[in-house]
Design a protein around this ligand. Sequence first.
Ligand code: F6R
Length: 240
Amino acid sequence: MRIIITKDYDELSKKAAEIIIGVVKNKPNAVLGLATGTTPLGLYGELKVDRDKNGTDYSKVRAVNLDEYAGLGADNKNSYAYFMRENLFNGLNIDLKNTYIENGAAADGAAECKRYDALLESLPRDIQLLGIGSNGHIAFNEPGTPFGATTHTVELAASTVKDNSRLFDSIDDVPRKAYTMGLKSIMRSRSILVLATGANKAEAVKNLVNGEITENVPASVLQLHPDCTLICDSAAAALL
Ligand code: F6R
């Protein structure tokens, strides 16, 4: 694993943007695996600034997202589909038809997971962006998820519901279930870029880099990926 430690979040976001922009320039029809959460917001801001300034072209880029809350349709302002349009896609010249995410409003969850797996098979990712949960989760693969998991429905851990409640009016509004790309599907991306910021991620980062490879720490599986880069700021790197 390549590890880049930055002095702060701003530098982390700029370094991550350089990597993503490099992938798109190198391959105009690249498939980007994207993430939601607060960690990539700085990166997404940098990508939009670069698009405005330098005209980096996303017209042929395809984007697949990691996860979506079950029960929230794409127009719900707390859905990840909405988050991606607001925070990234609307600021790029990406064709929304080339952006993919699980359908949170699907009536049949099992069928939706199957549909998404078939889609992932047809769209091998050039790079997969990841944040990391304070409990070591990646996407919504909570501790204990088998490394062989493909897209599935998850009950969110209490700590994840609490962490994510800051983005909702009340903790009671946070969905308790979500669809998530599985660890096996994440590992199939050609390359992986993990971002971590802040002291509350330091323990998870330590376990990701130096911990035992165990299903109790889903992110530890990334130690087995041949092309994984971690960028973390000094606070998140404090225990390395
Ligand atoms: C988001 C996702 C999650 C987050 C993680 C960190 O699509 O899959 O695993 O990356 O929960 O969230 P933040 O960035 O909000 O700390």
